[in-house]
Every structure is written in C-alpha cells, then in structure tokens.
Write a protein that binds this ligand. Structure first.
Ligand code: E4P
Length: 224
C-alpha cells in the first residue's frame, strides 16, 4: 500500500516529501480553502507536484457533467499530470466515462458504499476513494465497507485503484493495509502521529546517554 498526503499545505508536503514516504497528494476544495488565499491555486498545485513528483488529485467543483469535463480539460491544460477528482454523483459518473475514454485519469471521491465503488469502477474510474472517517462519524464501520470493497475487487478482478480516504487515526492506516487498499491518503497530523512510538524515543535517549558515559569513561582511562 502506498501513502499519499491529504493536504494542500506546502510546508507539510515539503517536510513529509523529504522523508521519502509519500507517493502522492490528494487535495479537495475544503483543504485548499484552509490555505493562504494570496497563493494562486494553479501555482500551489504545480508546487505540490514539484515537491512530491507523483500523483496529485485536483478536484472539480462543477456538479453538471459538461462543467466537470470543461474544468478537467482546463486543469489538464496547465497541469497535464493531474488526476481529476470527480464527486460520486450520476453526473460525475458520466464525466468519468467521457474523461476515461480520452485517457484522462480520474479519482472518484465521496464514496461511502460498495455499490457506489462498483459504479465508479464501471464508469472507468482510475481511482475510487472510500471515506472511512466520515462513515465512522455516523456510526457506520468504515473499515468494514473498505474490506467489502477490497474483497469484491479481488473476486471480480476490477482494476481501479482503491484509495482509503478520510483517515482519522493510525489504526485506519493499519486496517487499510490489511484490507488490501492500494493507497491510504493521510492527513499530516495522523501521519506524523503514526511515526511516533515512546519506546523509540526512550531507546534513542538511552543510546545517547550510554555513549556519553562511555566517552567520559574512556577519557578518564586515558588520563591514568
Ligand atoms: C480524500 O481525497 C479527501 O480529501 C479526504 O480524505 C477527506 O477527508 P475528511 O473526511 O477528513 O475531510
């Protein structure tokens, strides 16, 4: 399973990209709205791609098929590497059908059930994004839905890549990998939290202290 970062924040992307652990970035209008409005949207997306180099999903905001296709064409014109993020609505599926016929990669977002995922796959989606956290928020088991979808993909041999999205905690990352998701797109805070373990910090502190003690003892022994 690959890790993507779910953010539009350039500092966060730069820091995590330097660690070499992410293969892409997913953005959405809400994530972009959190960032400095003086930075041009196109400039931000191009900078994200410069920092990470892999997948970058850019979401359309139209809700009619022609509007979505038009937006996708515009995005591809200034950023040919874009994957176009399309909402899981009937008009979105029609847009995915048209874009996929033209070889433009799409990521169908806001998927909350296996039936929605199957429809997106049939329309030609390159990626299907399953929202775990938002399902958990309404007392549905997001991981159970993801497990179903991964099992269906295995049985049917479907080829859309499965993105575990709306990740809220490190356990979501583990369970997504266990389910067989191709990608987990993770917010910065959750990703950083998932790297930490108190035993690592305690262990490192002890290594440093022990080595200092050894150096002091060695210096003392050389004075004798
Ligand atoms: C997916 O691509 C979305 O950007 C994202 O995972 C939404 O997550 P949220 O439920 O934390 O907003």
């Amino acid at each position: 399973m690959e890790l993507y970062l779910d953010t539009a924040n350039l500092e966060q992307i730069k820091e995590v990209a330097e660690m070499g652990i992410i293969r892409g970035v997913t953005t959405n209008p809400s994530l972009l709205a959190k960032e400095d409005p003086t930075v041009d949207f196109k400039q931000r997306i191009i900078e994200i791609h410069r920092l990470v180099g892999g997948h970058v999903s850019v979401e359309v905001i139209s809700t009619d098929k022609d509007g979505m296709v038009r937006e996708a064409e515009e995005i591809i014109e200034w950023f040919p590497e874009a994957t176009i993020k399309i909402p899981m609505i009937p008009q979105g599926l029609a847009a995915v059908k048209e874009l996929s016929a033209r070889g433009i990669p799409t990521n169908v977002t806001l998927i909350f059930s296996a039936t929605q995922a199957i429809a997106a796959q049939q329309a030609g989606a390159s990626y299907v994004s399953i929202f775990l956290g938002r399902l958990d928020d309404i007392a549905y088991d997001g991981i159970a839905v993801l497990n179903d979808i991964c099992e269906i993909w295995d049985v049917q041999g479907y080829d859309s890549l499965i993105i575990a999205a709306s990740i809220r905690n490190p356990l979501h990352i583990v369970e997504s990998a266990r389910a067989g998701a191709d990608i987990a797109t993770v917010p910065y805070n959750v990703l950083m939290q998932s790297l930490k373990n108190p035993l690592t910090d305690i262990g490192l502190e002890k290594f440093i202290k022990d080595y200092d003690r050894y150096l002091t003892e060695r210096q003392k022994s050389m004075l004798i």
